[in-house]
Design a protein around this ligand. Sequence first.
Ligand SMILES: *[C@@H]1O[C@H](CO)[C@@H](O)[C@H](O)[C@H]1NC(C)=O
Ligand SMILES: *[C@@H]1O[C@H](CO)[C@@H](O)[C@H](O)[C@H]1NC(C)=O
Ligand SMILES: *[C@@H]1O[C@H](CO)[C@@H](O)[C@H](O)[C@H]1NC(C)=O
Ligand SMILES: *[C@@H]1O[C@H](CO)[C@@H](O)[C@H](O)[C@H]1NC(C)=O
Ligand SMILES: *[C@@H]1O[C@H](CO)[C@@H](O)[C@H](O)[C@H]1NC(C)=O
Ligand SMILES: *[C@@H]1O[C@H](CO)[C@@H](O)[C@H](O)[C@H]1NC(C)=O
Length: 929
Amino acid sequence: MGFGVSYVLQLMVMFSLMFVCALSQDDVVMKKLKTTISKNNLDWSDKDFCNWKGVRCSGTKRVTTIELRSSTVEGSLPQELVQLTELTYFRCSGNSLSGNFPYMPNSLQKLYIDNNKFTSMPNDFFTNMSNLIEVAIDYNPFSQWQIPFSLKNCLALQTFSAVNVSFVGVIPEFFGEETFPSLTTLKLSFNSLEGNLPNSLSGSSIQTLWVNGQKSNNKLNATLSVLQNMTSLQQIWVHGNSFTGPIPDFSNLDQLYDVSLRDNQLTGVVPSSLSSLQSLKIVNLTNNDLQGSPPKFQDSVQVDIDIDKGRHSFCTEVVGQPCSQLVNVLLSVVEPFGYPLKIAQSWKGNDPCHGPNWLGVVCSSSGNIIIIDFENKGFSGSISPSFASLGTVTKLRLANNNLTGTIPKELASMPVLQLLDVSNNSLYGQIPSFRAGVVVNTNGNPDIGKDKPHGSPDSSSGGEDKKKLGVGAIVGIVIGIVGLLGVGAFVFVIYGKRYNKCDNKVQTPNAIVVHPRHSGDGNAVKISVAASESVGASVAGGTGGFSLSSSVQNVEAGNMVISIRVLREVTNNFCDENILGKGGFGTVYKGELDDGTKIAVKRMQSEMVGDKGLDEFKSEIAVLTKVRHRHLVALHGYCLEDNEKLLVYEYMPQGTLSQHLFDWKDDGSKPLEWKRRLSIALDVARGVEYLHGLAHQIFIHRDLKPSNILLGDDMRAKVSDFGLVRLAPEGQASFQTRLAGTFGYLAPEYAVTGRVTTKVDIYSYGVILMEMITGRRAIENSQPEENIHLVAWFRRMLLNKDSFDKVIDPALNINEEGLKSFWTIAELASQCCAREPHHRPNMGHIVNVLAPLVEIWKPAEPDADDMYGIDFDMSLPQALSKWQNLEGISNTLDVSYSSSMVDSCENTQSSIPPRSPGFANSFTSTDAR
Ligand SMILES: *[C@@H]1O[C@H](CO)[C@@H](O)[C@H](O)[C@H]1NC(C)=O
Ligand SMILES: *[C@@H]1O[C@H](CO)[C@@H](O)[C@H](O)[C@H]1NC(C)=O
Ligand SMILES: *[C@@H]1O[C@H](CO)[C@@H](O)[C@H](O)[C@H]1NC(C)=O
Ligand SMILES: *[C@@H]1O[C@H](CO)[C@@H](O)[C@H](O)[C@H]1NC(C)=O
Ligand SMILES: *[C@@H]1O[C@H](CO)[C@@H](O)[C@H](O)[C@H]1NC(C)=O
Ligand SMILES: *[C@@H]1O[C@H](CO)[C@@H](O)[C@H](O)[C@H]1NC(C)=O
């Protein structure tokens, strides 16, 4: 007894100590912070740091916000800040803080340290900062560094601002849609960057791009061509660099209003896609080598070309005055060469034959061009047919360049041509038949006379060379890795041998799984989780590895990145028996952690990842990191390694609504009762209502259907599959997009015009309501022609009161009270599917109609949604743990996707093909724009 009591007491003391420790953790850090910064106008005297000016805490006294903007603070920041593991906002802009900027907790979402005196930041600072949304580090006297590679892990990044921070080197290829699907602002002005704007920017959603004023010798010196594919751009500041080549085609940049191209070496004719751009407000072109006629902009545009004072190569100084015919021909001749800079700098004025010499142009005394000499100029590109318009040319010398393509047949019609020298280029194709007497030199063009150039895709020898090289490289890599790991006490399991039962489709360079052996740890598989973990890194994990359950805690603690190796382990190496369902772009696997908790892992099909699948993947991460709601399925993490793209969700044990509505007989289960259906309808409505506006921004799901509605053990519903979700551009209620969705659920105006509004989701929702009422699918091919389309049939049946009995799902047993709600829902469904979008209600209205009906059925159950359905400011992991606490669920991962699939792995019924009715008729059509 005595022992028992003292033991209990001991435990109590221990627990209370732990409690105090947890509470005082931030206290210690904040006191440390107070000592390391000298404060002038800060009121930080209160005993409770939560009352300090600029500090905000959560209910549990953890620091969430530190705001020290322009507070004339000096000193440095302590290392201990990383322990403020609930900090989401840190701003110390406009102070005199110095020293090294320390690591920060990965809960952080917004970080502003601009305009201080920090001298460095760790290169791996961003490695674990997967929750960062906005980062501003501008104007700090950092010592030289490169744009840190670790930034790649900040997938949710929307703003990255690093003006005058001593960056050197090149802009890495990871800036763009693939790594940063949400990035809208990229500011890298006044650094010492060089090289080009990376190709990865093509297709990105960046709206504000500043790279002006690089201080390196070469500055940014390539072409601006990638800008033409950055169609979200609104502001482009590239001035004060050495960009060269022509101004790209801006015709798809319909939101562009501010373009600063001044002080570069841009050449060529200013395209009308810029001068006639409707959205344009400000443009500065001064000090370039632009050619052709000085462009005329609309009167509303503030233009600066400075033709009098600035450097330029326009043919005239009168805006809008056309160039001479001859100059226009010469410009079109050099256009395919990308308007070379040395040409632009030499060709001044409007007359090539009078005044200063034009490079490569030789005139007769009578003022006719008789020779074009572009020999050995380093030109690449094709030979323009416009050469043929130079009717007085006798000699056309194009030898010793890098010209590609064919010799245009037009050249054969040049009346006085005597010599065409195209020797030592890379031309192919037939030589046109020139007049007798014309000397044509095509020596040194290996493919001349052939139909295709060497190394083109169909050229057999070239292709095979490439393949051989690929295999050699892979063998080399594998040997290299094996060699690397051959040292030390690790056991190598060749992945193919161990798992060949299950997965023989996977052939990535990751094919070697290293299992660090631990003695005395029982059977637990040791796994480490680290951002962008490689085989090499896993060796390091061998000494301090996590168990699988701690890997999940790691996820909950904010690290959204999960290594491919963990996911292989938990899905039994993507074993077929673990498949829960298959979609257009990937397969969903059940995963089981060693403590028995379950997860759902969506693995993008590698062949699809190339285009649409990748878009959906990015979209899904972008959406799921921005929105969280009790009735939207939660994302636990993701994996982007090698070619693998995986998403990890909570597991929903009762499968899809589709199974419960349409397949219950086959599954041997009972049909859903009417009150269950109503409650599911309300859950879905609340989830979608949140998407449509409560989440700060307007998200449109675009693919609502019963197979995308998942059910938990309590039969509460969550909306899933955010691959097609689109964010409505700010201030725009309607926008055009690639048509995507599922037949039967597509709103008519969307199918016809591709224009998307939230009313597209309302229509799909109406179809789902009809399916719940009738137990019939949106498209029922077994029905007679006129009844195939559920919406048409349903609305017809509704017109005739006598026939409405036939509409109700025969599996439903409806009493008096249910009948009343049935009519209400039938009316609502019909409104939702109204032909005119503006006749459809919004989700708020639908929730208001449904909520009282559901309450009739469950008067005793208070609706908890108001308490914790919506989280505006929490990070995903925080929201996750909060829900877990509130719902009293110790492990949220205990859920699964499809009830019929749950058993199949244990029962080895793997031969049953996974059923996913909704996916079968999913489609994505080509771009409607
Ligand atoms: C990132 O997290 C891992 C695992 O928690 C840790 O080992 C590593 O030191 C962290 N790296 C940085 C730069 O914070
Ligand atoms: C960049 O920062 C340095 C100090 O680090 C300062 O001297 C310089 O004026 C700044 N440049 C610009 C363009 O603001
Ligand atoms: C651009 O700069 C790089 C160094 O960053 C240099 O190697 C290259 O030759 C330059 N290219 C041009 C066209 O000047
Ligand atoms: C622009 O996008 C198209 C289509 O995706 C691609 O073929 C082209 O190479 C891109 N151009 C640039 C300059 O990135
Ligand atoms: C355009 O650029 C020139 C040269 O850099 C500069 O002097 C001028 O102020 C700029 N004009 C505008 C409107 O910004
Ligand atoms: C042609 O291009 C190659 C690389 O593309 C380059 O190495 C070579 O110098 C170029 N030749 C000429 C004559 O410009």
